[in-house]
Design a protein around this ligand. Structure first.
Ligand code: NAD
Length: 478
């Protein structure tokens, strides 16, 4: 295996890790040092604090919005609600958004937001106050808008929070026709798009399916091609983890392990993801699920159980030098952002593994957010104008072919051929096409030069080249 893999200094933080990945990949490009510096830096870092009323007193909330790159407008990225969030993390996640958008050809710059709270410690009404006030603070500084910066959900936030943001933005911008394009990941009833909720997990599953489809690559790591029967462990049963597991199972993989913060469960014959999800909803824990053969109080032990593919889909820095040698998977597919440290990645590749990097693997969310934004700007649902027309054309064709050939299709065959595409089908088709094409691009770069060493560096090389072209098109660099 390649050995030219980046290793970070001991005290490097998340943004430092992302920059080191960038610097390593930049060696394989031919751009001016100044341009590379511009691409790598965070353009705008807005740190702010605001008070909310709590009980009989007040609490001051720390928050951030970072716009990493304005080579495309608007900038785009989720808002993380976590008591662990800090400026370094938001900068790193904003930078990853820039590279992610470039990798999947979504025309946005990267951004990210953070609100330093544990949502579980606040009432719904307090969360609404926090979210609305956060939005007002962004509006005051021109850090939100359909052509400026468009937030989305991330760890600890979802459709509910996005609808509060949309409503606050629209209220503060009366008459702005495109106001709903100021945030994505909204509920469908509030100008969201079909398929956005499950998009990141679906994208992760497609990325893995594409990766394991290459017999030549699988042979190198001692696996057979194809997803059928591949054993998978997923960490995190939130939005990304739940849907990654669900679609991987639908594509034929066997979900053998699930890890949450309260512990992990394992069964080499497979776990029923929906039943585990319902069990956790009812009891508050995945532990105690009757279909598990093994249980671990320490969630990290769950990652180290036998499997072919590990999908960390919770938080960053879960796989490090300390536990990478115990990981039995041959493929790590990063559903979460930054789950693998650079040191762990180097060891994993040296031991004959493959990492499908976050910048690509979890890009399904921003891809479908892009579709939602387009829908909001065009003020019409995908498929609305052409669905019936397509169905009538298909019907005419089927009738003509039946008439000429003298054969009759079954009702099922007729409806399959005639049916026009729904919004969900168009979204899923666009997502699948994006994930497949992008994997091929990354793999080709990876194979073009063995010194590149990892799929992450290959993805980064492609991203840098595309962003450089945007700056050149803007006339900023020759
Ligand atoms: P989420 O809040 O819906 O789910 C996260 C889950 O991880 C929760 O169920 C939580 O209990 C669990 N968890 C927390 N700490 C854990 C631990 N130590 N061990 C095991 N499980 C733990 O968040 P999400 O939206 O699914 O985001 C997860 C990751 O995916 C984040 O890194 C996020 O940045 C990334 N991501 C999310 C999206 C998206 O569309 N939601 C898109 C791209 C990337």
């Amino acid at each position: 295996m390649a050995t030219n893999i980046l290793v970070a200094d001991e005290d490097t933080h998340f943004f430092g890790d992302v920059c080191k990945n960038f610097d390593y990949a930049a060696q394989f490009t031919k751009h001016d040092a100044g341009l590379l510096d511009q691409i790598k830096s965070c353009n705008s870092v807005y740190r702010f604090r605001f008070p909310i009323r709590r009980g009989n007193g007040f609490e001051v909330i720390d928050a951030w919005r970072v716009e990493h790159s304005h080579h495309q407008s608007p900038t785009k990225g989720g808002i993380r609600y976590s008591e662990m969030v800090n400026e370094d993390e938001v900068m790193a996640l904003a930078a990853l958004m820039t590279y992610k958008c470039a990798i999947v050809n979504v025309p946005f710059g990267g951004a990210k937001g953070g609100i330093k709270i544990n949502p579980k410690n606040y009432t719904v009404s307090e969360l609404e106050n926090i979210t609305r006030r956060y939005t007002v603070e962004l509006i005051k500084k021109n850090f939100i808008g359909p052509s400026i910066d468009v937030p989305a959900p991330d760890y600890g936030s979802g459709e509910r929070e996005m609808s509060w943001i949309a409503d606050t933005y629209a209220t503060m911008n009366p008459g702005q026709l495109d106001a709903m394009g100021a945030v994505t990941g909204k509920p469908i009833a509030l100008h969201g798009i079909a398929g956005r909720r499950e998009a990141t997990g679906r994208g992760v599953a497609i990325a893995i399916r594409e990766c394991v489809s290459f017999g030549e690559d699988m042979q190198k790591i001692g696996l057979l091609p194809g997803l059928a029967g591949k054993k998978v462990i997923v960490q995190g049963l939130g939005n990304v983890g739940y849907y990654s597991a669900k679609f991987l199972a639908e594509f034929g993989a066997l979900i053998v392990g699930l890890c949450e913060f309260e512990g992990a469960i394992y069964n080499e014959d497979g776990l029923d993801i929906e039943a585990v999800f319902q069990h956790r909803k009812a009891t508050g824990s995945i532990l105690g699920y009757a279909g598990a053969k093994k249980e671990f109080k320490n969630t990290m032990e769950g990652l180290e159980q036998p499997c072919d593919i590990l999908v960390p889909a919770a938080l960053e820095n879960q796989i490090t030098e300390d536990n990478i040698r115990n990981i039995q998977a041959k493929i790590i597919a990063e559903g979460a952002n930054g789950p693998t440290s650079p040191e762990a990645e180097a060891i994993f590749y040296a031991n004959g593994g493959i990492i499908i990097p976050d910048m690509y693997a979890n890009a399904g969310g921003v891809t479908v957010s892009y579709f939602e934004w387009l829908k909001n700007l065009s003020h019409v649902a995908f498929g609305r104008m052409n669905r019936r027309f397509e169905e009538n054309s298909n019907l005419n064709l089927v009738n003509m072919v039946e008439g000429i050939t003298g054969t009759s299709l079954t009702p099922m065959q007729r409806s399959t051929i005639i049916k026009g595409a729904s919004e969900l089908e168009l979204v899923n088709s666009g997502l699948e096409d994006t994930m497949i094409r992008s994997y091929h691009e990354i793999r080709e770069t990876y194979k073009s030069n063995p010194a590149i060493g990892t799929l992450r560096s290959a993805a980064m090389v492609g991203a840098i080249n595309k962003i450089a072209v945007s700056y050149q098109n803007l006339g900023i660099w020759p």
